[in-house]
Design a protein around this ligand. Structure first.
Ligand code: UD1
Length: 426
């Protein structure tokens, strides 16, 4: 298995490209199940999770053709064609490796009238139940059966009637599943307290391009008028706001100046406000943003929340940055329990962090030191890389398959801006 070696101390400077958003891609791909016509996605990131999802689509009889396979290509263009579905079962072996497979449940149910998906197991960042996905589909008229670790959703003869659902907790995945099911329902469906992350807007925009009728896009109340059929479309995946935010933290912790080409700052307000409070300068323009940190970093308090609040997916990376800030910062994680798994590893790198429940108290600035560390989830892994870039000496990061799930060509991009990072065989 590969590991990453990082020698800290280099000031990052230059330009690095931002990829298509993993979390958007994972909900755009299953939209191919909603139509017999070809659906083409541009700017798909080259990531293990995307490969896994393409494989899953193949299991259903969807043909998948990929352009941009050359090693030097950033992003891919992939055409999915679900002319005839040969299966409506997502097996344990594929779902186990990729939680987002649950996102086939809604569109498959809408298209085929029936869908069976293995229940995703527990996950390093909390239990992550799927009850809201199932309740929303039930509200639309589906019957749900749970047996032998699988969930089976069945629509009445003639298709899903559609209905109303009020989310008791904001859920990105459940909103996505509900949207993809409602677009082909016989009637009108309404979602209240829906997630309104930019990835949801991206999903609504693709569905609209396919002929869906959705009102309230970008708000937490969505009205979906079901249509009889959807057409194919060609669509460009949005920029990855979490990747951009992660590299902004990387640039800032080294006191560097980095241009994030392709980042969409208008979708990053909470992250950019947090960075500005920490003392990082950010210049936004239509084609990207430039991050500069040439003064001392300041402590700040942060609380994660559903969009437009601060993304939980940025919490670990900002925590690393705050290790170098002057003063005491208090970070509250409100979305997932158990999302401080990076704290013991950061402590091994001489960070001063105490946790109590869902609160972490970071005292800085710490003289970070290189160490052998290992990460337990995607964003936690990135937080260790960020800390390593500012640490004295060498850091070895193991279990980097987490990073390969979510950061397209991580070490190449960091090398582009002057980081001393290499991937070696363990
Ligand atoms: C998505 C993102 C993930 C991000 C998260 C929150 C993808 C592939 N993943 O995950 O990177 O961290 O949004 O922004 O897009 N919940 C329930 N029941 C459910 C579903 C969720 O109780 O049926 C709870 C969860 O336990 C959690 C909260 O709702 O506490 C939010 O989770 P959710 O927004 O659903 O996260 P995901 O869609 O899994």
């Amino acid at each position: 298995m590969d590991k990453l070696l990082i020698r800290g101390g280099n000031r990052l400077s230059g330009t690095l490209p931002i990829s298509g958003a993993k979390n958007a891609a994972l909900t755009l791909i299953p939209c191919a199940l909603l139509t017999e016509e070809p659906m083409t996605l541009r700017n798909l990131p080259r990531l293990a999770d995307i490969d896994g999802f393409q494989h899953l689509m193949g299991q259903f009889g969807v043909s998948v053709s990929i352009q941009g396979k050359r090693p030097e290509d950033f992003g891919r263009v992939v055409t999915f064609e679900a002319q005839r579905l040969t299966s409506n079962v997502a097996p344990y072996d594929l779902v186990r490796k990729m939680r987002a497979s649950i996102l086939v449940l809604g569109p498959m149910l809408a298209r085929a009238g029936e869908a069976t998906v293995s229940m995703p197991g527990g996950c390093a960042i909390g239990n992550r139940p799927i009850d809201l996905h199932l309740k929303a589909l039930e509200a639309f008229g589906a019957e749900i059966e749970l047996a032998q670790g699988y969930v089976k959703a069945i629509a009445p003869d003639g298709g899903l009637p559609g209905g109303d659902f009020d989310f008791p907790v904001v859920s990105v995945g459940a909103t996505e599943n509900a949207l993809m099911a409602a677009v082909l329902a016989n009637g009108t469906s309404r979602l209240f307290n829906a997630a309104r992350e930019p990835e949801i807007v991206d999903l609504c925009n693709l569905l609209t391009a396919m002929g869906a009728e959705i009102e309230g896009i970008g708000t937490s109340d969505l009205t979906i008028h079901g249509v009889k059929r959807l057409n194919g479309a060609t669509y460009k995946v949005m920029a990855d706001r979490i990747e951009a935010g992660s590299y902004a933290c990387a640039a800032a912790i080294t006191g560097g100046e980095v241009r994030l080409e392709g980042a969409n700052a208008s979708e990053m307000t909470a992250t950019n406000n947090a960075l500005r409070n920490i003392g990082v300068e950010i210049e936004e323009d239509a084609r990207g943003m430039t991050v500069r940190a040439d003064g001392p970093l300041k402590a700040t308090d942060l609380t994660t929340a559903p969009y437009p609040g601060l993304a939980t997916d940025m919490q670990a990376q900002l925590m690393s940055l705050l290790c170098k800030a002057h003063g005491t910062s208090v970070l509250k994680e409100t979305i997932f329990e158990n999302r401080f798994m990076h704290v013991p590893e950061l402590s091994r790198m001489s960070a001063d962090i105490a946790t109590e429940g869902r609160t972490a108290i970071v005292k800085g600035p710490s003289d970070l030191t290189g160490a052998e560390v290992m990460a337990t989830d995607l964003r936690a892994s990135m937080s260790l890389i960020i800390a390593a870039l500012a640490a004295e000496g060498e850091t070895t990061v193991r279990r980097i398959y987490h990073l390969d799930r979510g950061y397209e060509r991580l070490e190449e991009k960091l090398q582009l801006v002057g980081a001393d990072i290499e991937r070696v065989d363990d």
